[in-house]
Design a binder for this molecule. Sequence first.
Ligand code: BGC
Length: 268
Amino acid sequence: MNNILGIDVGGSGIKGAPVDLKTGDFTADRFRIPTPEKSTPKNVAAVIAEVIEHFADEVGDGPIGLTIPAPVKHGVVPFIANLHKSWVGVEARKFFQDYLGRDVTLVNDADAAGLAEVYFGAAKGHPGLVILTTLGTGIGSAMIHRGVLVPNAELGHLEIDGFDAEKRAASSVKDKEGLTYEEWAQRLQRYYSHVEMLFSPDLFVVGGGVSKDADQFMHFLDLKTPIVPAKMRNKAGIVGAALAAQDAADHPDPLDPVDNPKASTPAV
Ligand code: BGC
């Protein structure tokens, strides 16, 4: 497989493009539809079907990769912060496969972005432990060691100084509270130094929409670990979704009932 449709499901938009997995480039222009206000699995699935339809000529009945802004444990969503709560406990991968009539791989949005950066972007081929954080509505995180993803690290929900970290340091909070970059950077400093102490990473990559303004805030940060802006920008989720789909095709998940009928549905 050289070409897989990646779809990135976010709080405001659902975006897709077919991805050339050798180069990480899109083989057709990105297509975006706003996320339905009531972002239940069913409403989101209807929009995903439209995105697939848009690329029908490119993808046929091939597999797709889908990101969602939540952890995904063997196809099941244990909790969700920034989409409709009815996702919780749903066998989401199975639901999408049935609804869309094709192979679907579900991956956490930040995990997808991390894969994209390690394969094609700011951490390309990195030999150590890379922690990517996405700063947006929430804080997403991906931990990738020697090219292998440890899925579902939810480092945006670390409790720091009595707060859920993303409620203090996400870029949406900067906007909501009207913080200057320098004020916001103090919160990022607290956040990244804590993560640095816990995990001793070799590289931090800062993703999310605000990474395009990296020169406005990254110089305020004083860390032992090198920290660089992401390079894949708004392609990261889509490219990472396609990479995850390829990986899932090559390595079926023995603990996911969709891949292995003997596996039981994970308790979440
Ligand atoms: C979610 C993560 C997600 C991040 C970015 C957090 O609130 O728990 O799963 O990666 O937001 O969307």
